[in-house]
Design a protein around this ligand. Structure first.
Ligand SMILES: CC(C)(COP(=O)(O)OP(=O)(O)OC[C@H]1O[C@@H](n2cnc3c(N)ncnc32)[C@H](O)[C@@H]1O)[C@@H](O)C(=O)NCCC(=O)NCCS
Ligand SMILES: Nc1ncnc2c1ncn2[C@@H]1O[C@H](COP(=O)(O)OP(=O)(O)OP(=O)(O)O)[C@@H](O)[C@H]1O
Length: 186
């Protein structure tokens, strides 16, 4: 069974496209959800994040998202340190799951692309991504841009991917999905 990853920068619409794929019966492993589950349940990750970020990484045993976000966005080095604690556990969890598809924002920078055979990059114009993230997460333009600047560029992700789905709000998504699925079936 061919293993496939859907990637793309924050706000490109990965989850939106994945929900359309799921309507067609494709089960998709969400790396974001898995990371959250593992950060909540793994003692090793709990200890690692507490040692790195400080005692406020968890409040009453619950992940302190604002503290983690602010630590993560402070520098690429901080992002790398968090990634090195969380990502190996997510990779291991995916490999031992029965999923063949994954959704992952940080596919190439995490090395998760090595876990799949084919990659699909979802893209959208920068301004559209900024607006979507501001509206979805109720955050400032600056915060949305901070996230975007912390990720590999959309152009680099698209160049590294086997397929690109343009999700700019105008292009026909269903026909692009059809083409990708037909090609994957060959
Ligand atoms: C910082 C956290 C707490 C923010 O949680 P929150 O619920 O507000 O946002 P959410 O998890 O939905 O992330 C939203 C988007 O931020 C971006 N993002 C998240 N983590 C990272 C990261 N390590 N590097 C770059 N971008 C990231 C992605 O585009 C992601 O889809 C959370 O993202 C986190 O713990 N990240 C570190 C773990 C991780 O790398 N997860 C990504 C999948 S493995
Ligand atoms: N084609 C579209 N039409 C209308 N709304 C869209 C479209 N694509 C995405 N959106 C909306 O834009 C927001 C961001 O999309 P989505 O959550 O799928 O992005 P994402 O790439 O998964 O981001 P993240 O990296 O944060 O997980 C969501 O509120 C989603 O419903």
């Amino acid at each position: 069974m061919v293993k496939v990853a859907v990637t793309g920068g924050i706000g490109s619409g990965k989850s939106y496209i994945c929900s359309m794929l799921e309507k067609r019966g494709i089960r998709i492993y969400s790396c974001d959800d898995a990371a959250k589950r593992l950060m909540a349940t793994s003692e090793k990750i709990h200890a690692g994040l507490t040692a790195l970020v400080g005692d406020n990484a968890y409040v009453n045993g619950v992940l302190n998202k604002p503290a983690l976000t602010s630590f993560l966005l402070k520098s690429p080095e901080n992002t790398e340190k968090i990634n090195s604690i969380v990502h190996p556990a997510v990779a291991d969890d995916f490999v031992h799951s029965d999923y063949t598809w994954m959704e992952c924002a940080i596919l190439f920078s995490s090395g998760f692309d090595k876990l799949v055979d084919k990659t699909i990059c979802v893209t959208a114009p920068l301004e559209v991504r900024i607006r979507r993230v501001m509206e979805r997460d109720n955050i400032s333009r600056q915060k949305a841009c901070d996230w975007i600047n912390h990720q590999m560029s959309q152009e680099d992700m698209a160049a590294l991917s086997d397929y690109v789905i343009v999700n700019d709000g105008h292009s026909d998504i269903e026909s692009q999905i059809n083409k990708v699925l037909e090609s994957l079936d060959k």
